[in-house]
Design a protein around this ligand. Sequence first.
Ligand SMILES: Cc1cc2nc3c(=O)[nH]c(=O)nc-3n(C[C@H](O)[C@H](O)[C@H](O)COP(=O)(O)OP(=O)(O)OC[C@H]3O[C@@H](n4cnc5c(N)ncnc54)[C@H](O)[C@@H]3O)c2cc1C
Length: 411
Amino acid sequence: MSEILVLGAGMVGVSTALALQARGHEVTLADRREPGRETSYGNAGIIQVEAAEPYAIPRDLKTLLSFGLGRSNDVSYSLSGIRSMVPALMRYFANSSPKGHAKAAESYSQLTGRASEDHQPLILASGSDNLITREGLVILLRGAQAFDEAAAEAERFKAAYGVQSRIVAGEDWRREEPALRLTPAGAVHYTDSWSVSDPGALTQAYAKLFETRGGRIVTGDADTLARSGEGWQIATSEGPVSAEQAVICLGPWSGVFLRRFGVKVPMVLKRGYHAHYDAPMRPRRPFLDAANGVVLSNMRLGMRMTSGAQLVPQDAAADPRQLRRAEAAVDALIELGPRLEEPQWYGSRPCLPGMLPMLGALPGQPGLWTNFGHGHQGFTLGPTTGTLLAEAMEGAHSPLLDALSPATQLA
Ligand SMILES: Cc1cc2nc3c(=O)[nH]c(=O)nc-3n(C[C@H](O)[C@H](O)[C@H](O)COP(=O)(O)OP(=O)(O)OC[C@H]3O[C@@H](n4cnc5c(N)ncnc54)[C@H](O)[C@@H]3O)c2cc1C
């Protein structure tokens, strides 16, 4: 048993703290804000067991051109954003080759495949079952060709990874989802994914569970982390906190943080936005409107629309053009109703070029561990990678842990 400091209280940090605590360690969780107020707050709230393959950069010229010319609503960018991420984007692009992507998927599918099982005990113990809907995730296709392609991919996922789905023709789907105002070409219904009606509240409920079980949560800036004897120390509102080991779970801020330790982690930060609408009729299940690159999910606050990727510098001002572009098209599909007034939220998917989270011991920094870079699925993967990191800290070895380790990914 040892004293461990977990830096960052998003879904990943909170879940890591819980996993270490469950193994008898004395854990302090530090964040500059309350738990679950950043990326883990504003996402689409899907526990994506269907996401067996990580998101690769498309390599065909047609898709790249549609991104470059701003024709697709999946991606937007600024030149300064692209410039700031060139090395990471180049490595990400190289790893997105069919061979590189298949290799990453071999590890990734082992993570997403167990994600809901890993959430379940925490959902129950934190009294959060009322936030969870177990109705799957839908990919809604407006055109026949897109439907055929999505159906073929679902069949491939079923054969390769055992991901369960139903392929449903547009007319039939409309009968299942009366909120639809027009008939799509069809829907792929991934049946085993779960959705959460308030992702920030689930993260906070897990944090509360950690406290109830004897864990300590403090307010402090990770940038004050310094060596102290054999261990680590940070300054907090309760004074200095020391521990033998520290874990970096700073999500999209992890790359910049590590520069202080001379470690360069190339990261692609894919910013996304959300907005809420007072939709008069809500669909039963969350869905991706594939033609418009937005996800619609039922939230306690309203119908939440989340946008695709925007490649801009981390400190760039809000520019929710992807939400605006999608609004009219989505409204033709389901009546969105009035947009709720709230400050414009945005957050970044912390993506690493290898498309895997970086989890394990940081080379050259004894007692410093990492668990970040969960990209498009960090809300899904928190409890899973938290458990795996706790195992790694106790000396476990496996091909999966090797693939995820900083030693492998930074080589
Ligand atoms: C639009 C959008 C939709 C998404 N939809 C989904 C989805 O449906 N399903 C899914 O699985 N994933 C989704 N994701 C991805 C997911 O939200 C992220 O991968 C995940 O939230 C990352 O969790 P985290 O704990 O690593 O980071 P965060 O939740 O960002 O937590 C990092 C924490 O570190 C703290 N911190 C940072 N710097 C410091 C510092 N210097 N000192 C102290 N504390 C610090 C922050 O305050 C924050 O609390 C989506 C992301 C976006 C942007």
